[in-house]
Design a protein around this ligand. Structure first.
Ligand code: PAF
Length: 286
């Protein structure tokens, strides 16, 4: 049976009881408004760990000044109902004072240099510092053996892997494939900002990524050409792209001719919504 806990001390007590029984704790951090993509992370956590902890916390530290912190959907009751169908042990729902007892300004921050400033980091300054800081604190509170993240936020996943490695955190980080609508649109809480007309355009983001991946895998075309074509296609479809970029899967660096495991990442605005998506490409596999 799922129990809800809001504070650090009772959470640690409940988790310690499970760890004493040698149960591997699998953790899924979320900001709530759970959709099928989140629930798939919970499913994977259930397969990999014997005790599952899910957190719901809309982290103010990862939102920029003009971003959607206030309007970000908060649907705790519906989230709890969705989670009841899974075999979860603990739902952790901390408030701001539990997460940032000294306030956001005084909070010790975790910075992943370089990786955190590229791609989305360039367009959302401070965003990844907010993510790594809250995930670090959540990891220290929950002390999971396994943590599960979606590949939809590919850059976030790579940054968290780097943080875990750099800080020697004893956590296995698992990345799970993106869950999509039938037309290819990646599930996201922010899809609700799309108008009916924009919703018909939105699948074009993944379609453009797929076409770019196919071209990349099929031909010896220059990477910058793929990026420029993808960007232009998004503009033609009505998006305002932030970037369309081919990187290495390992560390999101610019690939050289030796690199064969690549990922194409894109972020683009469509009306009120900023959509991100990506697709992995394996060269020499066709
Ligand atoms: O991916 C998210 O929902 C958030 O960035 C996370 C990892 C829960 C941190 O607030």
């Amino acid at each position: 049976m799922m129990i809800e806990i809001n504070d650090v001390a009772p959470l640690r007590k409940a988790i310690r009881a499970r760890q004493r029984k040698d149960e591997a704790v699998a953790f899924v951090p979320t900001m709530g408004n759970l959709h099928a993509g989140h629930l798939d992370l919970v499913r994977v956590a259930g397969e990999r760990g014997s005790a599952v902890v899910v957190s719901i916390y809309v982290n103010p530290l990862q939102f920029g000044q003009h971003e959607d912190l206030d309007s970000y959907p908060r649907t705790l009751e519906a989230d709890k109902a969705a989670l009841e169908k899974y075999n979860i042990d603990i739902l952790f729902v901390p408030g701001d004072r539990t997460m940032y007892p000294r306030g956001i300004e005084q909070q010790t921050k975790v910075v992943v240099p370089g990786l955190g400033e590229a791609l989305c980091g360039e367009h959302r300054p401070g965003h990844f510092v907010g993510v790594t800081t809250v995930v670090n604190r959540l990891f220290n509170i929950v002390q999971p053996d396994i943590a599960v993240f979606g590949k939809k936020d590919y850059q976030q996943l790579i940054i968290i892997r780097r943080m875990v490695s750099d800080l020697a955190m004893p956590v296995e980080v698992i990345g799970v494939d993106t869950v999509r609508e039938r037309d290819g649109l990646a599930l996201s809480s922010r899809n609700r900002y799309l108008s009916a007309q924009q919703r018909t355009v939105a699948p074009g983001l993944y379609q453009t990524l797929r076409e770019a991946r196919d071209t990349l895998q099929r031909t010896e075309v220059d990477r910058s050409r793929i990026e420029a074509d993808g960007y232009r296609k998004l503009v033609d479809l009505g998006f305002s792209p932030d970037y369309f970029s081919v990187r290495t899967q390992a560390d999101l660096s610019n690939p050289d001719s030796q690199d064969s495991s690549l990922v194409i990442l894109a972020a683009a605005r469509l009306g009120q919504a900023r959509l991100i998506d990506n697709i992995e490409a394996e060269l020499g596999c066709q």
